[in-house]
Design a protein around this ligand. Structure first.
Ligand code: NI
Length: 176
């Protein structure tokens, strides 16, 4: 288990499409240690989520979860989750805009429109199927993390780039 360096925007691997985890890979030492490293890295950097390509592993594995997070003081908790080979289905045409950040884009925030209500499915680290509905911040985190698996970083989804900037300039009243 280890905290791994997080690739930053500009690194070509972040724009790749990641590969599905095969059946034989479930419950292997490699997959288990990848997930352990992802949790260590996310915790060390106080992230709400992390995708395997962010640590340079081009596999369709994401983790997310928020108990109480100093980076997101106003958000509702999200269950700590490992999601492998995820599929996201939009359940409602409603969308909402909110500020996002990313460990691969440190110090910055952008206003991104996301589907408000989704269903997501995939597999846990043992290969057990998982299927949930999510709204609001939970739905946003899942969409953001799954985008990483297709090589999409949130700045690519900001419709108006005036709503993209440095945290301390955008939110001067908040502690950084
Ligand atoms: Ni991200």
């Amino acid at each position: 288990m280890a905290v791994r360096p997080v690739l930053k925007m500009g690194e070509p691997r972040l724009f790749e499409v990641s590969e599905a985890v095969s059946e034989e890979e479930f419950e292997t030492v490699e997959l288990r240690s990848l997930i352990a490293d992802m949790f260590d890295t996310m915790a060390a950097l106080e992230g709400a989520g992390l995708a395997a390509p962010q640590i340079g592993i081009l596999k369709r594995v994401v983790i997310f979860g928020v108990a109480e997070n100093s980076r997101y003081p106003q958000v509702e908790p999200v269950p700590m989750t490992v999601l492998i080979n995820p599929v996201v289905e939009v359940l409602d045409t409603a969308t909402e805009e909110d500020w996002e950040g990313c460990l691969s884009v440190p110090g910055m925030r952008g206003l991104v429109e996301r589907a408000s209500h989704i269903r997501y499915s995939g597999y846990s680290e043992t290969g057990a199927p998982l299927r949930r509905e999510a709204k609001g911040f939970h739905a946003r985190v899942v969409q953001h993390e799954c985008d990483h698996l297709d090589g999409i970083l949130y700045p690519m989804r900001i419709p108006d780039l005036r709503n993209f900037g440095y945290e301390d300039a955008l939110f001067p009243e908040q502690p950084h």
